[in-house]
Design a protein around this ligand. Structure first.
Ligand code: SR1
Ligand code: MG
Length: 403
């Protein structure tokens, strides 16, 4: 890791990215000499630059990710801490301690330029795009289940000492990014707020939702859980744009929202984003998509299995064998996850940050149908989260709504 004066921050261009790597290459030997570097900015996310650097002589390549001092999706009027680059790099390194095959390898970091240099995953596809294109990923659910179990267990008081947890949680204090989630996921979509962005044809449905006091009370409780429950070091933004896939492999990327938060948050976001794709496909072809239901079933089942195994074999908690304790924890995580999934379904329709799965449905009637289904399902998840004890019950509810 390098560190230069803070004033040295400047956004890279394709040219300066090459110059930066050429200089670093002399120190770290990233590419064999001689090299002929090419660079392309390929970022399609909401917040950062992503540069793809390739050496046309050796064929080797890498990625430079650079945080911008503002949210790219909104512009310079929304300033955003550069420290998120450090949090992201450290979260990737932390995850590599427990799930090395499920995260990209970090090669180098530069705190002052807010840069992380990492393994190039150009052979991979962003999961959201793959799903929209109709691809299927048979290993995805198992991989995400393992990722969740290991990252959560090893950073929680079941798998780590409370002294170490307190040290780690300081490094991952992430107030600005948590504020984005607090606002965009848990607050603004439930009120007539100017960050919201929804289509005119949804006006009546959204007005009804804003008047639903029972729903708002439960959303408020979930927001409180998000703000106060520091159970584990979580990814913090585990939607399908934060996962890279090939037919066999899975890599979880982009943990810039990482912090000590509720253990069910990542699971909830992942389930919701798979369901947004399911909702979209079902609105388009009126079929049920069993492969997607299979993915979330495996995610939850593998998560529970792995978590139980870890509790059995690697725990640091005296009460772990106490009848019912691990099951109680898993049930609580699942209940929270269902509620968070509900908030995510709603915010992707009403809020600022949408998903292409739904927005790209070209037929207006089918898009409206998908949007309404997402809102209905989201509301049901929030309201009835305590009633869903298994993923099968959640899927049955989804099938009923999408009928
Ligand atoms: C201003 S950032 C909008 C969204 O993009 C990120 O990926 C998070 O999901 C955030 O809510
Ligand atoms: Mg992201």
């Amino acid at each position: 890791s390098t560190s230069i004066a803070t004033t040295s921050y400047e956004p890279l261009t394709e040219e300066t990215a090459i110059a930066y790597i050429e200089k670093l290459n002399q120190k770290l030997g990233l590419f064999p000499a001689p090299s002929l570097l090419l660079c392309k900015e390929i970022g399609d996310g909401n917040l950062n630059y992503v540069f793809h650097l390739s050496d046309s002589l050796s064929g080797q390549s890498l990625i430079i990710k650079q945080a911008l001092p503002y949210a790219k999706v909104v512009g310079e009027s929304w300033p955003l801490t550069l420290r998120r680059a450090k949090i992201e790099a450290e979260a990737l390194q932390k995850a590599a301690e427990t799930v090395p095959s499920l995260v990209p390898n970090v090669i180098h970091t530069d705190d002052d330029l807010a840069i992380t240099i990492m393994e190039d995953l150009s052979d991979y596809t962003i999961l959201r795009k793959g799903l929209i294109d109709g691809e299927t990923y048979p290993n995805l659910g198992r991989h995400i289940g393992i990722y969740l179990a290991k990252t959560i267990f090893h950073s929680s008081p079941f798998g780590e000492s409370q002294q170490e947890i307190k040290e780690i949680s300081v490094r991952f204090t992430n107030p600005e990014l948590c504020k984005i989630t607090e606002d965009l996921v848990f607050t603004d979509p439930f009120f007539d707020h100017d960050t919201n962005d929804f289509e005119d044809h949804l006006k009546d449905t959204v007005n009804e939702l804003w008047k639903n006091e029972e729903l708002k009370l439960e959303a408020a409780k979930l927001k409180y859980t998000f703000l106060t429950k520091s159970e584990a070091l979580i990814h913090g933004d585990l939607h399908t744009g934060s996962v890279f896939v090939t037919a066999e492999e899975t890599k979880v990327i982009d943990p810039e929202f990482a912090f000590y938060g509720p253990a069910g948050f990542d699971l909830g976001l992942f389930i919701a984003n798979i369901l947004l794709n399911t909702i979209s496909k079902t609105a388009i072809d009126e079929q049920q998509h069993s492969d997607l239901y299979q993915t979330i079933t495996e995610t939850v089942e593998v998560f529970k299995e792995e978590y139980k195994k870890l509790c059995q074999n690697h725990h640091v908690e005296a009460f772990i064998q106490t009848e019912g304790y691990v099951d109680y924890m898993l049930a609580t995580i699942f209940e929270d996850a269902v509620g968070f999934a509900g908030c995510e379904l709603i915010r992707r329709i009403i809020g600022l940050a949408h998903v292409a799965d739904i927005d790209n449905i070209s037929d207006c009637q089918k898009r409206l149908c998908a949007q309404k289904n997402a809102l209905e399902l989201g509301s049901t998840f929030i309201l009835k989260r305590r009633n869903f004890r298994t993923i099968h019950q959640l899927i049955q509810e989804t099938k009923d709504v999408l009928k």
